[in-house]
Design a binder for this molecule. Sequence first.
Ligand code: COA
Length: 154
Amino acid sequence: MTTNEADSEVYALPKWWCEHNVQLLDVYSCAGTSVALLYRLLSQRTHDQSISHKTMPTFAEHLAFVCKEPYTAWYVILGDDYQVGAVYLSKQREIGISILDEFRHRGYGTQAVRLLMARHPGKFLANVNPANAASANLFRHLGFGLIQHTYARE
Ligand SMILES: CC(C)(COP(=O)(O)OP(=O)(O)OC[C@H]1O[C@@H](n2cnc3c(N)ncnc32)[C@H](O)[C@@H]1OP(=O)(O)O)[C@@H](O)C(=O)NCCC(=O)NCCS
């Protein structure tokens, strides 16, 4: 077997074959170390990934927002010992999730949302831009169903 054939066998393995070591670290108890990561995640967001976030705040504005503790829970996602993203649960029980570009499509987002739901059992909502297929797929795979289309005029 050539090296190329061996490589293609590895890539042909089913997508869900590996579970990662994923942990959630409380942003509010270690804000100093996580605020730069949260700002980087925000800067990677495009308009079709978010329905709530239009313009990029300054770092100082972002820091002030984090310090207000706006969500019920907010976690940095540690995946296999790397900071790979962040996940939160809003006071209205909405889940927000962001994974750094370089760690996407490896299952971290799905595992992190599962952990969040286990830690805060109850009803959950997810506001997803219709153009954001990755996010829609993630929530659908976790059993979320579509309940409404929201129209806006600005
Ligand atoms: C949306 C987002 C959070 C998804 O996170 P992610 O970690 O890439 O998601 P996952 O890897 O868990 O799942 C995405 C895909 O990878 C697949 N996957 C899941 N586990 C996997 C694994 N262990 N190995 C390989 N692939 C896997 C899933 O089947 C899914 O595939 P599909 O989209 O083709 O159906 C991420 O793309 C992101 O941060 N986007 C920018 C911010 C954003 O849009 N946030 C959501 C706002 S509502």
